[in-house]
Design a protein around this ligand. Structure first.
Ligand SMILES: [Fe+2]
Length: 367
């Protein structure tokens, strides 16, 4: 079987299991017992460290999944983590403590949360401050604002909520081949809104191309139509040109093509890993069960990882630092404080990563 790269088609993922990692029942049961016996659930997130999760065979599997996402296909799926018999809080803390082995969690929004509950909280996705993770809407293809996104499923929806992924690297290759004029446009900056989540000192928007290359000549993709759209409502942002609109429409069409889009339904106990530089993701709309305890519920963690690649210069405004293996990305939001900084710093030390220099000098500095 051929080894997959960042440029895959839906058929390639379908015919390969190199990106799927399975926790068998015995290991899941051992892990469940570990969580039940060892975890102190009242402990706040920032007081957890990687020492809190010590089931080595699970960590080995997830290490392989992280490598697959960062170096192989850009996407990986771990199946069979314990879910039955674990409360929401036990499951959440299990995923959190596992994640601390693999990088530095990044804040994810206005309230500077490091772990997001992905469920329908009634948010309007299309509003100027809209976010997808807290709505039940169908989402546009997009990249999250971090190197690696982890999404762990606790409950599935009553219907819908399918997870869609497309390789941005494949989209780029097809775009170049079929519409080199639009590939040229996509290589120039587009303006993205921060959707009112900017930290003090940060501008409400930033610009970057949809595709660019690092100094090492590696390709990086980025897309989020919803935030380009909301940026158009900000008075200082220049209107999109007709060519840019054509480029956006064409790219979205490409990403939705059945040969590019791989569809999957995350099941309880599944952990999806997405490298946002090579994979764009989306989700279909969903309907919840009536009972609160059965509503669709996933937990999301954004990580900066030790082995991350150097980013293109143009990724600086959104990621803060472009340095390889640096703590970068995330949405700092409105509640970033010294506790957040201390947590990130000690977690960076624990996994052998660097904090950005300017940030060490002045934790309040805009990124
Ligand atoms: Fe997302």
């Amino acid at each position: 079987m051929k080894k997959l790269t960042f440029s895959w088609l839906a058929e390639d993922l379908k015919n390969s299991d190199e990106w799927i990692f399975r926790v068998d029942e015995k290991l899941a049961s051992l892990t469940r017992d570990f969580v039940k016996d060892q975890f102190h659930l009242e402990k706040p997130l920032f007081e957890y460290s990687k020492k809190d999760f010590q089931v080595e065979p699970v960590l080995e599997l997830i290490r392989s999944a992280v490598d697959q996402a960062m170096l192989g296909t850009g996407i990986a799926l771990v199946k069979g983590l314990p879910r039955e018999g674990l409360t929401e809080l036990e499951f959440q803390k299990m995923i959190w403590s596992i994640s601390l082995h693999f990088g530095v969690p990044r804040p994810q929004g206005k309230s500077t949360q490091y772990l997001s509950e992905v469920s329908n909280q009634g948010t309007q996705y299309r509003a100027p401050n809209g976010r997808g993770y807290s709505s039940n809407a169908k989402l546009d293809f997009h990249a999250d604002s971090c190197d690696l996104a982890l999404l762990a499923c606790y409950n599935q929806a009553k219907s819908g909520g399918e997870s869609l992924v497309s390789s941005s690297h494949s989209a780029w290759e097809i775009l170049k081949k079929e519409r080199s004029d639009l590939a040229e446009i996509a290589s120039q900056p587009f303006t993205f809104s921060r959707n009112q989540e900017e930290a003090s000192g940060e501008a409400p928007f930033y610009s970057q191309p949809l595709f660019d290359f690092s100094e090492e000549e590696k390709l990086f993709g980025k897309w989020n139509r919803n935030r380009v759209r909301t940026a158009q409502e900000i008075p200082e942002v220049k209107p999109l040109s007709d060519q840019q609109i054509e480029c956006m429409d064409h790219l979205d069409q490409l990403l939705h093509r059945p040969d590019l889009t791989y569809r999957m339904s995350l099941e309880p106990g599944d952990l999806q890993l997405i490298n946002n530089h090579s994979v764009l993701h989306s989700r279909t709309g969903f309907e919840d069960f009536d009972e609160q305890e059965r509503r669709r519920l996933l937990y999301r963690i954004w990580l900066a990882t030790p082995g991350s690649p150097q980013l293109p210069e143009s990724w600086g405004p959104s990621f803060g630092s472009i340095e390889s293996g640096c703590v970068r990305g995330g949405i700092r939001g409105k509640q970033y404080d010294s506790d957040c900084y201390e947590f990130e710093k000690s977690q960076a030390e624990a996994v052998g990563m660097m904090m950005p220099e300017e940030f060490l000098e002045n934790p309040e500095s805009p990124r």
